[in-house]
Design a protein around this ligand. Structure first.
Ligand code: ADP
Ligand code: MG
Length: 700
């Protein structure tokens, strides 16, 4: 139950005077509440993005046109719009001892202006100045006040992101009212730390940011912003730590393998494992052998060989008589994993089956039965694995590939499929360090930093689309040398149809040139058609595969050595890296051609340049974060994983490590959050919407 103390923060926005049902709709949009009611807390977390600084108080002769100033002027005379010509503006002439200023109003009401600016009186006017007809003017001053009003005039005013129909003044007023609703909250941060960092309290931090005294106050680096960012990060880390503690209880089962199957598999591999692969396999086997439940993240670059690590980990639990599941985010990937793993596994007598939305009827029933009886050792599949009627005889290890598309919920759902299931999560490409802690702070980490031996560097070049003819010619030469080529056309969500048309046109054109070597695969095709196209390409039946980004994740055709990416400027850095990772997988030298349409924006230019410079996925991940900010790196927008409202990963990312340590320390001392600070921290979890985690705390 939410502490009553927090009720004012969670009250509906409509309880603020001036916010009726109509405006509330707009606030929902503004605050990202979509179908839900907008609450006071949502508005309080809507932080200003800038300020209007009215502190400049020059004499009129010193005013720089175009700037915002507050000037003291005497009103000299009014010049109302001529009768019947309301479109001529109403002007008020004013001056100080150094010069003149014309105040200009459109559609003005005379009586109103005569009251606001009485002739002969001194008034303070604030707004943006300009030069019109060689005269210093101010069109619609933001503020006109007398001496008394000046004392109350905020000289630094926050500017908020808006949505159509909501004015800055409306939002400011609503925020002012909302600030009054902040209750007296217990301090949930460590007190010595708060005072050492000179952090204001939660309430004061919000007040400072919404009522800045200087532009520096609303800098993300300000103490106020940092305080709130840290609150948010700590809430996140605390929630993850609670999930971890919950999964650890009941304790896992020790699953010590014998090593027999692993040895058979390793002996049968056509290559030897890299040191990082061996290291990761050892980490995992050690975890499995322990009675606590494993929660481990395997980070590796594209092509670093995560699949075989997954297989050998599965082998460990199979040695102990248990089963493993491998879940992939897409149908193609699941089939690919199955195709890779099954023949290797066969060498050790391991039974592998697949289950996706496509297995139905008899086939499905058969898989389910064998699974229940233990005849299947590894089940590969998509989300379909976690439907209710899927029962394992004894699931020991759940492996999730490309996990960042899933959320904490799926982690919990997965864990429920067996008794004390150990969990291994694999990322598609490396994730920047700060984000790993943010989303996987509850996990132990293994990294595959090496690439398998014998990989050749990929020659990456950028070319304007105008040179398409040259590119096509070069592709023709590559094809006649027997090389295999991916040709990627982007699919941008907004206009899926027209993009698909673009890919189909490109396909038709290339097919005219290169005939039956050419094939097409795209996201709108049926699963079986996609598989068939991929299989033809993998088998060498076709050699030029025009594709939308469906080939982005995981697809493995080591013979493919050329990739053309059209409209490379439309892709994010990680996505480009991910795509490029489809080539350079064999011993042959590979080439990647990034075609772009000029002119390039700064970010796009930087992205393409980094692609030319490096193939190191760990570095690319960091650069991507720097260039785009967090949401895009994790693709959170699509998957709906809640991002941050206050913390800016670029600025506050370094605080995550501290927050993680803090969260772990707190829970080690007070696992049920019942000490004084623990109680306060429960408030924090509610404030940042992480209260779901509180339900995981077992009473007592
Ligand atoms: P990813 O980490 O991107 O999932 P994969 O597991 O698909 O990588 O492996 C990429 C390719 O590298 C596969 O063709 C696989 O057979 C091969 N591979 C994996 N490990 C090694 C190794 N140690 N030496 C040589 N090739 C390897
Ligand atoms: Mg993979």
């Amino acid at each position: 139950m939410r502490p009553n103390l927090l009720n004012p923060l969670f009250g509906a926005l409509t309880t603020l005077s001036g916010v009726g049902p109509k405006l509330e709709k707009l606030y929902r949009r503004l605050l990202g509440r979509d179908e839900q009611e907008a609450r006071i807390i949502d508005l309080l977390f809507h932080l200003p993005t800038g300020v209007i600084d009215r502190r400049a108080r020059p004499k009129l002769k010193d005013v720089v046109p175009g700037t915002v100033v507050t000037v003291a002027v005497t009103v000299d005379r009014h010049r109302p719009s001529p009768p019947n010509r309301p479109r001529v503006p109403y002007q008020v002439y004013a001056s100080d001892e150094t010069g003149d200023l014309i105040l200009t109003f459109f559609n003005a009401r005379r009586d109103y202006l005569e009251k606001l600016l009485p002739v002969g009186e001194l008034r303070y006017v604030s707004g943006t100045t300009g030069l019109y007809d060689h005269m210093l003017q101010m069109v619609h001053p933001d503020r006109v006040v007398d001496e008394e009003g000046l004392a109350k005039l905020p000289l630094v005013e926050p500017v908020y992101p808006l949505t159509e129909g909501l004015s800055l003044n409306q939002v400011r007023k609503a925020v002012d009212a909302a600030l009054l609703r902040i209750p007296d909250l217990p301090e949930w941060q460590d007190l010595p730390w708060v005072s050492r960092e000179r952090y204001p309290s939660f309430a004061d931090a919000l007040k400072t940011l919404h009522r800045p005294a200087s532009p520096a106050d609303i800098d993300p680096k300000s103490a106020a912003w940092k305080r709130l960012a840290y609150d948010e990060l700590l809430a996140g880390q605390l929630a993850l730590a609670l999930v971890r503690a919950h999964l650890r209880r009941p304790a896992g089962r020790a699953t010590p393998g014998t090593g027999a199957l692993r040895k058979q598999l390793i002996d049968a591999l056509p290559y030897s494992l890299t040191n990082s692969q061996s290291g990761a396999i050892r980490d995992i086997a050690d975890d499995l052998a322990k009675p606590e439940r494993m929660l481990r993240l395997l980070q590796g670059d594209v092509g670093s060989g995560k699949t075989v690590v997954a297989l050998l980990s599965a082998a460990t639990v199979i040695e102990a008589g248990r089963q493993a599941a491998l879940m992939a985010p897409t149908e193609i990937l699941a089939r690919q994993h199955h195709a890779t793993i099954a023949p290797l596994a066969a060498a050790a007598g391991i039974e592998v089956a697949i289950l996706t939305g496509r297995e139905r009827g008899r086939e499905r029933a058969d898989v389910l039965q064998r699974l229940r009886l233990g005849g299947i050792h590894i089940l590969v599949g998509t989300h379909a694995l976690f439907q209710d009627d899927v029962e394992f005889r004894d699931l020991g290890l759940a492996i999730v590939d490309e996990q960042h598309r899933f959320g904490v919920h799926q982690r919990l759902a997965l864990a429920k499929k067996g008794e004390a299931v150990d969990m291994l999560v694999m990322t598609a490409t490396p994730i920047p360090r700060t984000l790993v802690l943010t989303y996987f702070g509850d996990m132990d980490i293994s990294e595959l930093r090496e690439k398998p031996a014998g990989r050749q560097p990929i020659d990456t070049r950028t070319l304007p689309i105008e040179r398409l003819d040259e590119v096509t010619e070069a592709i023709g030469r590559a094809l006649s040398e027997g090389r295999r080529v991916y040709w990627v056309c982007p699919l941008v969500e907004e206009s899926e149809k027209s993009d698909l048309a673009a890919a189909e046109d490109r396909f038709a054109e290339l097919k005219r040139k290169f005939g039956q070597w050419t094939d097409l695969v795209h996201g709108r095709m049926k699963g079986s058609e996609k598989d068939a196209a991929m299989a033809r390409f993998a088998g060498g039946e076709t050699r030029l595969l025009v594709a939308t980004t469906v080939i982005e994740v995981g697809v493995d055709v080591p013979e493919a050595t050329v990739m053309v990416i059209e409209h490379a400027e439309r892709f994010g850095l990680s996505q480009l890296h991910q795509l490029r990772g489809r080539i350079g997988r064999g011993a042959e030298r590979s080439t990647c051609l990034l075609l772009y349409r000029a002119p390039l924006g700064e970010t796009a230019k930087a992205r393409l340049e980094i692609m030319r410079q490096t193939e190191d996925g760990f570095r690319i991940a960091e650069e991507d974060l720097r260039l785009r900010g967090e949401g895009d790196v994790l693709g959170t927008r699509q998957s709906g994983v809640p991002g941050f409202r206050i913390a800016r990963i670029e600025t506050h990312g370094i605080l995550i490590g501290t927050a993680r340590d803090d969260a772990q320390l707190v829970l080690s001392r007070d696992p049920t959050l019942s000490s004084e600070r623990g109680e306060a921290l429960r408030h924090l979890l509610y404030v940042f919407g992480r209260d779901e985690a509180i339900r995981l705390i077992r009473a007592g």
